[in-house]
Design a protein around this ligand. Structure first.
Ligand code: ZN
Ligand code: ZN
Length: 222
């Protein structure tokens, strides 16, 4: 399942430039990765431009009473649906203050990486949290060759580049041994030669927010 997160863009503080690659967790509200299909999640606006996401209704009907954070406004409800093996998140607005890409959203909107949510003067970028996970080569790709070492993909675990719509598959045998004698072809370049997505073993955001985007949301001179 796509693990989506909401990255707070308006930090309003001196750290706006501090966008170390692994620093995003501080500003990221993850959409619960443990949520089951058809669970309903509430997106709550807390004080100080913070968001909280929590399960408000179980999809299987098992009913604990929905909880909600204190002094928080429910701005939207989120639901995950899996269609043809592809998971998608949908958003239903519950507050007049919520905008998606600068407009009042439709009663139901599909949440996609790259969208911009706003509540008042706060902005969040919808981004996919992506971490390369090695897996056996899918059957239809088994005979394809790795673009780095030239050997068949089927001879070792592989990973698909996390770039949007990128179809580059490379060997990724041992993430825990990046310097060992393994087929870690995925790590051979700093960026993907096909889509320029930075190559990292750690979790990254897709799309990767440009430094400029992180600072401009609160900057009048751009
Ligand atoms: Zn290879
Ligand atoms: Zn790529």
């Amino acid at each position: 399942m796509d693990n989506l997160g909401l990255l707070h863009l308006k930090s309003g503080s001196a750290n706006a430039n501090n966008t170390d690659d692994n620093d995003f967790d501080r500003k990221l509200t993850r959409i619960a990765e443990s949520a089951a299909q058809n669970d309903t999640l509430g997106l709550f606006a807390l004080a100080e431009g913070k968001l909280a996401v929590m399960v408000t209704a179980k999809g299987n009907g098992s009913g604990r009473r929905p909880k909600r954070p204190k002094n928080a406004e429910l701005v939207a409800e989120l639901k995950c649906r899996v269609e043809d093996g592809i998971a998608a998140w949908y958003l239903a607005p519950r507050s007049q203050r919520l905008q998606v890409n600068g407009h009042r959203p439709y009663p139901l909107a599909r949440l996609e990486p790259g969208m911009l949510l706003s509540i008042g003067s706060d902005f969040w970028l919808v981004a996919k949290v992506w971490q390369p996970q090695p897996r056996p080569a899918p059957e239809e790709l088994a005979d394809r060759c790795c673009p780095v070492c030239g050997a068949k993909l089927s001879i070792a675990p592989v990973v698909q580049c996390g770039g949007p719509d990128c179809g580059r598959w490379t060997h990724y045998e041992r993430p825990d041994e990046p310097d060992g004698e393994f087929l870690n072809c995925f790590l051979a370049t700093d960026t993907c030669p096909d889509c320029d997505q930075p190559v990292m073993a750690e979790a990254t955001l897709v799309p990767e927010p440009h430094d400029k985007l992180l600072t401009t949301a609160s900057d009048e001179h751009w």
